[in-house]
Design a protein around this ligand. Structure first.
Ligand SMILES: C[S@@+](CC[C@H](N)C(=O)[O-])C[C@H]1O[C@@H](n2cnc3c(N)ncnc32)[C@H](O)[C@@H]1O
Length: 299
């Protein structure tokens, strides 16, 4: 697999590019999150005792799983909704948002629902989650996953997130992105990569983050996340929000995870020093996908 020259040039200044390539081409360890709405961790481990479970350090219901069968999506326990096949780094945003029983939460770009189902479990199926997405086929997958997982505190909506007017205590904006952190899941990402692909995406992400901040209640919390490694889709988007709103404030993210320094200068522009509170992880940091998470508070 050949990485494009411009891609290598761009990222060599941000990380150890040889290590990045090595990990981006390595198989990703399969991981699941136990759906505690239906079964306890102990009970699932007992049922799947021919599998080796290795704890995901930052998520107590998350496990790297190894066993004879790799088609985890075809097992009876999966069909019964006892677990969700979820990349370990993708378990981070709900943990950072920390929705509680009784919160009114928006999952602005929710399909296919890995994080909606995780939040529903964290909320013990109480409170309300509005799970929204714009694409029909993805809404269908989301609906199936909610039913399979026994989720009952979710209202499903199909709309542009930018048109939602209701106010929320907590918002998860797991934004549409280039997916450059997930090369290990699909090599297609690197084939279609081009140096200009961020422009349109970053414009959409800035629109989404601004609107979601507008509909966040005072003293509310919003988590912005992507599975992209590009500063244009991450640090620059968060920096844009901080510049636009005086009452937007970044909060520290404390998690048991190896992290890299966020990018504090992009294309010659010095970004807010608070950006260092964001969580940037490269695939080689924890042997996962690459991910970016920002925790934002509205004063
Ligand atoms: C990164 S995926 C979300 C993954 C999901 N949060 C999960 O963990 O399973 C981004 C989603 O945003 C949806 N989307 C893109 N633009 C949108 C918009 N303006 N409003 C609502 N949904 C949008 C896409 O259809 C896609 O399903």
């Amino acid at each position: 697999m050949e990485f494009k020259e411009k891609f290598l040039q761009k990222y060599s200044s941000l990380t150890d590019i040889d290590l990045f390539i090595e990990f981006s081409l390595k198989d990703l360890c399969k991981s699941i999150r136990v759906n505690t709405l239906k079964i306890s961790v102990k009970e699932l481990k007992k049922r799947m005792n021919c599998y080796e479970f290795r704890q995901v350090p930052w998520c107590k219901e998350g496990f790297f799983v190894k066993g004879e069968r790799t088609d985890l999506g075809n097992l009876r326990e999966h069909q019964l909704g006892f677990y969700y096949i979820q990349e370990s780094a993708s378990m981070i945003p709900p943990i950072v948002l920390n929705p509680k029983v009784g919160d009114i939460v928006l999952d602005a770009c929710a399909s296919p629902g890995s994080k909606t189902t995780q939040m529903a479990a964290m909320m013990h199926n109480e409170g309300i989650i509005v799970a929204n997405d714009i694409k029909d086929d993805r809404i269908r997958a989301l609906s199936t996953n909610l039913q399979r997982c026994g989720v009952s505190n979710v209202v499903l909506t199909k709309s542009w997130a930018e048109s939602i007017t209701m106010k929320f205590d907590k918002i998860l904006l797991d934004a549409p992105c280039s997916g450059t952190g997930t090369i290990r899941k699909s090599l297609k990402t690197i084939k279609i990569w081009n140096p200009n692909m961020y422009k349109k995406l970053a414009g959409a992400q800035k629109g989404l983050i601004s609107h979601c901040f507008d509909i966040l209640r005072e003293n509310g919390t919003m988590v912005y996340s992507t599975c992209s490694i590009s500063p244009e889709e991450n640090e620059e988007v968060v920096n844009f929000l901080l510049q636009k709103y005086e009452n937007a404030r970044l909060e520290e993210i404390s998690l048991n995870i190896k992290r890299s320094n966020p990018v504090l200068e992009s294309k010659g522009e010095i970004l807010s020093k608070d950006i260092k509170k964001c969580l940037r992880i490269w695939p080689q940091d924890n042997d996962t996908s690459g991910f970016f998470v920002a925790k934002i508070r509205k004063d």
